[in-house]
Design a binder for this molecule. Structure first.
Ligand SMILES: Cc1cc2nc3c(=O)[nH]c(=O)nc-3n(C[C@H](O)[C@H](O)[C@H](O)COP(=O)(O)O)c2cc1C
Length: 346
């Protein structure tokens, strides 16, 4: 927890977020994360206090062909609603068609991705590469807004590089064509994840437009997050990496936003029990062959900052079946609890 943020960042009830017809409470959004925010994960994490969850980004081109894996990405349980489905692409007509499809499949909001810096996306002029052509951005946003009867939002970076900071220009055009909220991950595309997110730019964006602004980048502590919200004036916060394996961060932020003191993050055995629940649910819903490799990544997140994590992580990376992995986790929980009992007696 960073000291400067403790000063003044006391619990304080904040306003809810409204995106067109969609009410979002609390104003905390689960960041779209490719390979991570599938429907199982969204449904499991939502109860911790996410007011809105966003799918992994979905290729509008792939949606044209209705590929099974792509259709799975836009599917949802319903319990994680409201859900925003995120689309990427560079062709206004294809983006409009894709928006209609995801809306028919239950999206409450359609989100446009102008932020992805991955070469496989930018080499086709999609994601953050769109920011190099603000007229195209405008055409895509207008086509999507005209195609659907639900709110349309857009998520972007500051610009392609530090010499092309177009975020205010693109935001103004978004507002003019009827986009109803904006998320800014305050880095340039060229930065990828280097350096720090520049929250002064998020504050600048908030001052420049009237539609709601969602601030995103490097939020990892609930007090700091609340302070960022207050200082930048944003309407909501989006959290990504720091919540992976640590959804309790969101419960803590939710408490602060309701004017309550947050509870402490639960001890390791409880966190591992939740990891086991996540694991079992993934196996039930996706089958063992797909769940086991995906869950290796998640177990890595749950073990972050854990005493003895590296030996345990190594052991878990060698397990090949769900039963084996769950047995290692159960054994670890027993050992941790036995250790706690010994300390209590001593
Ligand atoms: C594994 C991973 C996958 C991501 N996939 C997407 C995506 O599909 N769409 C998107 O807009 N951003 C994506 N992002 C970016 C996040 O939504 C978010 O903007 C970024 O991680 C900064 O927020 P954070 O510091 O809270 O993690 C991804 C980030 C990560 C780490």
């Amino acid at each position: 927890m960073s000291e400067p943020f403790l000063v003044g960042a006391r619990p304080e009830r904040v306003e809810g977020l409204r995106i067109g017809s969609v009410e979002v409470w609390p104003p905390i959004v689960l960041a779209p994360m490719s390979g991570v925010t599938n429907r199982t994960m969204r449904a499991l994490y939502k109860p911790f206090g996410f007011g809105l969850t966003v799918t992994e980004f979905v290729s509008s081109n792939a949606l044209q062909y209705g590929a099974r894996r792509t259709m799975e990405m836009i599917d949802q349980h319903g319990v994680e609603r409201p859900v925003s489905t995120q689309l990427w692409g560079n062709d206004p007509a294809i983006m409009a068609m894709a928006a209609k499809v995801v809306r028919e499949c239950g999206a409450d909001i359609v989100d446009i991705n102008f932020g992805c810096p991955a070469p496989k996306v930018t080499k086709t002029e999609g994601g953050s590469a769109c920011l190099r052509d603000v007229d195209r951005c405008e055409a895509i946003m207008k086509a999507v807004v005209d195609a659907v009867d639900c709110p349309v939002t857009m998520k972007m970076r500051l610009g392609w590089n530090e010499n092309e900071l177009v975020f205010v220009e693109v935001a103004k055009r978004a507002q003019a064509v009827g986009v109803q909220a904006l998320t800014l991950h305050a880095r340039t595309a060229k930065q990828f994840y280097k350096g720090n997110a520049d929250w002064s730019k998020i504050a600048e964006l908030k001052r420049a437009v009237d539609i709601p602004v969602i601030g995103n980048g490097d939020l990892g502590d609930p007090y700091e997050a609340l302070q960022r919200m207050r200082e930048s004036g944003v309407d909501a916060l989006m959290l990504g990496r720091a919540t992976l394996g640590n959804p309790w961060l969101v419960s803590r932020l939710h408490a602060l936003m309701e004017g309550r003191e947050p509870e402490a993050t639960p001890p390791a055995p409880e966190r591992l029990r939740f990891a086991m629940h996540h694991y079992r649910t993934m196996v039930e819903e996706w089958g063992e062959p797909r769940a086991v490799p995906q869950m290796r990544k998640h177990l890595g997140y749950y073990l972050k900052g854990f005493a003895g994590a590296s030996a345990l992580r190594e052991r878990l990376m060698r397990t090949e079946t769900a039963a084996e992995t769950l047995a290692v986790l159960a054994e670890t929980i027993d050992q941790l609890e036995a250790h706690t009992r010994e300390l209590a007696v001593a």
